[in-house]
Design a protein around this ligand. Structure first.
Ligand code: NAG
Ligand code: NAG
Length: 203
């Protein structure tokens, strides 16, 4: 996969430079964000980095509807209850109902068959759920972060606004093998037509 070979080494190099840089300077307040379109593997890919940074003395908060896979005593977990309910519903519609439709047709791509419009709308709904939450509003007032790490595939667009409020830098990455249509702008990677059909983008 061209995307993986292009982007994964960059992410690893960037992460290593980042680890070297912050380890030598100061303990940072870091927020890891995975939103309301997420499953076990989203957290499995990111959690080791969060735990390692916590082990090295950084103050880590994991904002995610997913439970820790390996709990770390120095990592604070936070999730507005509404976001957890949203993600549970998503996991049912995508995981259970989506799998049934893919078993009927290998071309079924419920989430992306409309070129991502449906997912963009979901992203909007996720932000609405988060920002309206009383628990979230209280948490924002009490929190401060130097860095926000965002899983792009969980459609975290509104969290850039939160990073702006905190005056935090951001690291965006995607753990999936294709990019969402509007992520070509985020990453500056053209949506190449030759690999999109293999990701189930078009029928
Ligand atoms: C938790 O952080 C402290 C430093 O703040 C560190 O000494 C300790 O080893 C960390 N605990 C773990 C389990 O990594
Ligand atoms: C570490 O993070 C927690 C949770 O966000 C926060 O309550 C606490 O004040 C932070 N500690 C420091 C030293 O910044």
């Amino acid at each position: 996969m061209k995307f993986i070979t292009d982007v994964a080494p960059n992410f690893i190099i960037t992460s290593n430079i980042f680890l070297l840089a912050v380890t030598n300077i100061h303990a940072a307040n870091i927020l890891f964000y995975i939103g309301g379109i997420s499953t076990h593997s989203h957290r499995a890919g990111l959690e080791p980095l969060a735990n390692k940074l916590a082990q090295n003395g950084h103050n880590i908060t994991f904002f995610s509807p997913l439970k820790p896979i390996e709990s770390h005593p120095n990592v604070t977990n936070f999730c507005p209850p509404g976001l957890k309910a949203f993600n549970d519903k998503f996991q049912h519609s995508f995981g259970v109902i989506g799998m049934q439709s893919r078993l009927k047709s290998k071309y079924a791509a419920d989430l992306v068959s409309d070129y991502g419009t449906f997912m963009f709308d979901m992203g909007y709904s996720i932000c609405e759920v988060i920002f309206k939450s009383k628990e979230f509003q209280k948490w924002v007032k009490e929190s401060s972060f130097d860095l926000v790490v965002l899983d792009r595939s969980s459609i975290p667009d509104c969290i850039y606004g939160l990073a702006h409020k905190f005056g935090a830098k951001t690291i965006s990455y995607t753990p999936i093998s294709f990019i969402l249509p509007w992520d070509s702008l985020t990453f500056g990677i053209p949506t190449e037509s030759w690999w999109l059909p293999t990701a189930g983008w078009t029928k």
